[in-house]
Design a protein around this ligand. Sequence first.
Ligand SMILES: [Zn+2]
Length: 287
Amino acid sequence: MLDDDACYSRLARRDPAADGEFFVAVKTTGIYCRPICPARLPLRQNVSFFRTAAAAHANGYRPCLRCRPESAPDSPAWLGTLASVRRALNLIDNGFLVDRDVDALADTLGMTARHLRRLFMKHLGVGPMAVEQVRRLHLAKKLMHETALPITEIAFAAGYGSLRRFNEVFLKAFKRPPSSLRRKREVNSSAAPLAVSIALRPDSISFPTPDQLALEVGTSASALIRSVKGSAVTVELVNIAPKDIAAAISEIKQRLHGHRPGVAIRQPPLAAPAGGNAGNQADGTAG
Ligand SMILES: [Zn+2]
């Protein structure tokens, strides 16, 4: 359980270490934020705190357009949670639930769907499908904000079966169409560089120089670090199909985190022996 008073005082001082640890939802606006949101501090009686964006979402709140909760670093609580929950989260992050259901996910993890749901409720406050819904929404929002990918490709990349479905869900969640997140002068184009930002916890990152990290993701795609600003890393994805974007981002996040909190990357991962690193199987790479 979160200690609301402690959360509020961390919110009041916009504690960078709180970023990703919890989200604050404001009852008067229906919006949820990262604790570092630059917006004016809401009154104590108007806020509630959630450990996950998915829980805030499940309670009817929508993500702030300013602090962009979809860009928050992964929660250390998630990293510290049960190994099976963590594995499930990784699989979901990789797009497992795009074309398979919770039963299949539970099966992969060697447990019943009922048990998996119970673990999720206990550790994250929401079930696996709620996590998946927020994952799709967040990824779509992120790609709308940060890239020039055409909306149809974004819908597909985020795991929506159709553009119509994507528009529906987006409109419901944000009370505005996806295109409203685009800056006017941006040209939608699949040809523009596909660069996304990945936020890491301030305590889990250390790079020698940005250009020392070049990752291979999937068979033909690669990722190049373009810039590092504080704990936000901008990564360009090269040669990647929309359906592989989710898995690539998830993979990059894992590598940047070095799989464990507090472990810094000091060597370019490509220098590691090929196919090494246990515990990071490229799941969900069908197709
Ligand atoms: Zn905010």
